[in-house]
Design a protein around this ligand. Structure first.
Ligand code: SF4
Length: 317
């Protein structure tokens, strides 16, 4: 039975509500058998995490992900405008040049800061759209976060890296950004900005969706990223939402048979993405990469919202 979306779940699902579903994948039993086989192999090679939640990692959890999993993180989008138009992008359309906290529009930076303080977050991702379309705004946001929130606050900057330059990287570091999260799927897996970012940041992480047909290019890339000293490769389950369902449909993607029946959030997993991640995780373990590879699934997102809801209840008691 579908449960009503609480305010907290809504906060996590906002802007992502589906209009309809993708057609369901066929041969679901075969897929399940393959995934079960992968999971057995992953366990025998020392995978860590919570398989029942679809949350797995090879080495360690990222600094930004720890509070996120506990429902103690948020996302501040400085704009939903972007210089790219990725087929998998889940940002609401039409794109708007607005500031938002966790998908909810706010009228000012002061309101954003107040909202983050009320949520009691321990980590914040600054993103977009592409935040570096407006570097001045990004620096104002960082300064406000550093001034008003805990000195221990972890700040990640999410970017497609198109506008990253050495001077901007140095400025971001000096302003108090803790780590970078670069979406390489958004830029055709060109990792040149990662090399540049590593000259300035110790904590450079790649965060991108696991696209089934890009398996080979990602495997090759993993070796290079590990050599560069990238800390984390964070792979998201590809999912369908209102913003991307038409482009996913056009490309022939199907809905995972895992479906959304068990989820309360309003987006749903795409077939074969989870299996693709399992393969990447196993590849990382077999090649003994120092870089940790992390899997964040739709079930993970559901779990995060659940934890945030618990935190909200505790603070109301
Ligand atoms: S780069 Fe990021 S924000 Fe821009 S279109 Fe691609 S996924 Fe969306």
């Amino acid at each position: 039975m579908t449960q009503p979306l609480s305010e907290t779940f809504e906060r996590y699902a906002l802007g992502l509500a589906r209009k309809e579903s993708l057609p369901l994948e066929t041969h679901a039993e075969m897929t399940e058998r393959r995934k079960a086989k992968f999971l057995r192999a992953l366990k025998s090679h020392g995978i860590k995490g919570w398989p029942e939640r679809g949350t797995l990692y090879t080495q360690e959890l990222s600094q930004g992900c720890k509070p996120c999993l506990a429902g103690e993180a948020s996302h501040l989008s400085v704009t939903t405008l972007c210089n790219r138009d990725c087929f998998f992008c889940f940002n609401p359309k039409p794109r708007k040049d607005v500031l938002s906290v966790h998908g909810r529009e706010v009228a000012s930076l002061d309101e954003a800061i107040l909202s983050l303080k009320t949520l009691g977050v321990k980590s914040v991702g600054i993103g977009g759209g592409e935040p570096l379309l407006f570097p001045k705004r990004v620096f104002e946001v960082i300064a406000a976060l550093r001034k008003n929130l805990s000195p221990d606050l972890w700040i990640d900057l999410y970017t497609n890296a198109d506008r990253l330059t050495l001077p901007i990287l140095k400025e971001l570091k000096a302003a108090g950004v803790s780590g970078l999260r670069i979406d390489l799927a958004a830029r055709g897996y060109d990792a040149e900005p990662v090399r540049l970012a590593r000259e300035v940041f110790n904590d450079v992480e790649i965060e991108m969706p696991a696209i089934p047909e890009h398996k080979k290019v990602v495997r090759d890339l993993m070796h290079y990223l590990d050599e560069l000293g990238v800390k984390q490769l964070i792979l998201h389950e590809l999912f369908a939402s209102a913003a991307n369902i038409d482009s996913l449909k056009k490309r022939g993607y199907l809905a995972s048979s895992d479906g959304s029946h068990a989820f309360r959030l309003t987006w749903s997993p795409v077939a074969k993405s989870e299996e693709t991640v399992y393969g990447h995780l196993l590849y990382a373990l077999l090649h003994k990469f120092k870089m940790s590879v992390y899997y964040c699934s739709c079930r993970t997102q559901d779990w995060i919202a659940e934890n945030a809801l618990k935190n909200q209840k505790l603070s109301n008691d």
